[in-house]
Design a protein around this ligand. Sequence first.
Ligand code: AFP
Length: 345
Amino acid sequence: MASSLDAHLGSQCGSDPVKRQVADTIRNLCGAAVKLRNKIIAGGEGHGQAHGATNAGGDVQKELDVVADRLFMEAAEASPLAFFGSEEQDEAVPLKPDASLAMAIDPLDGSSNIETNVSIGTIFSILPVDEEHRADPSKVFRQKGSRQLGAGFFIYGPQLLLVMSMGNGTHVFIFSPAFGGFVEMKTSIAIVDKAKEFAINASNYRQWDQPIRSYIDDLLAGSEGPRERDFNMRWVGSLVADCYRILLRGGIFLYPGDGRKGYAKGRLRLVYEANPIAFCVEHAGGRATDGTTPILDLEPEGLHDRTPLVFGSKREVERVGRYIADPSALAERSPLFGKRSLFRA
Ligand code: AFP
C-alpha cells in the first residue's frame, strides 16, 4: 500500500525542529490546496472573470486568484512562518515575529487558463529566517534559491497532485478523497537526460535574442538539421503542468528574456516560480538556469523579481548555455554547422 504524505514528511524530518516546521507548513498548504480544488471542481461562472484589479506584477487578477490568495494566506497564518510573500500582494506580510521560516507563493499559477479547464497550480518556496532578516525584513526574500528548505507545487488537473522536495529527492503525492489525504505516487523522480520534447511560447520568436532563436531553429530542423533527430513540442502555458510533464518524461522548458517592453528578464518570477521549480528539478537530477547561471545561485533583488528560466533534462539545458555563452564554438563543432550559418537571419 502506498504510504501517506504524513509518513513521508515524518521520515524526512527525524527530530530536526526546523524540518518539522517545514513539514507542518506543507501539511497546512495541503489543506488549503484541497479547499481550492473543491472550489475549482464546483465551478462557478465568476472563477475566470477579471476581479477588477492588477497584482504586483501588473497581471489582471481573476476571481479565483483572489480566492486562492486568501486560502493560502490563511494556511500561512496557521503555520510557523515569520513572513508570507505572495504574487498577489505588493509587499511581504509579517506573521509570527519569532518564527524561523518564511514562505513565498504563487497562489494560482496559470490563471489565464482557468476558464478553459486546463491544469492550473500553486507554487511555494519555504526559506529560513535568520536574525539578519528580523533586523531587516527586506532581505528575507532576497535569499538565493539554494537556501530553500522545502519547495514544490500543487497541480489542479484531472488529479490533485503535490510535487515537493525537502532537499532529499523530488516526490509526487496524489490527493485521494477515499483516503482523505495525500498518498505517495512517485518517489525520487529522475529526469531522463536526453530530451525529446521542448516547451516554449513560440509566438515570441521574433522577440528572442539570436542564440535562443538558433537553438529553437536547430530543434525544428529535426533530423535534417544539426541535431540529426526529430523533436516534439508541447506548451500548456501553465508552468506547473509543463514542469510535471518534464519531470516524468524529460524535455526542456524555456521562458527567455525577450524584446517586448518589460520582458527583458522574461515573464516568470524568481522567488515564487523559478526557485521552487528549480529546486524540484535539480533534486530530480535535472538542471535549471537563467540560460547560463543556475537559478538556485541567483540573488533576487526583491519578492517580485523576474528571471529568464530554462529547465529540464540536464544535457539539453547545458546545451542552451553553450548556444548563449559561445555560439562560435558550436558552429565549428559539427560538420553540418559548418555548412550553414548558426545564426540565420
Ligand atoms: P498566468 O498565471 O497569468 O496565467 O501566467 C502563467 C505563467 O506565469 C506560467 O504558468 C506560464 O508558463 C507562463 O505564464 C505563460 O505565459 P505566456 O502565455 O505569456 O507566454
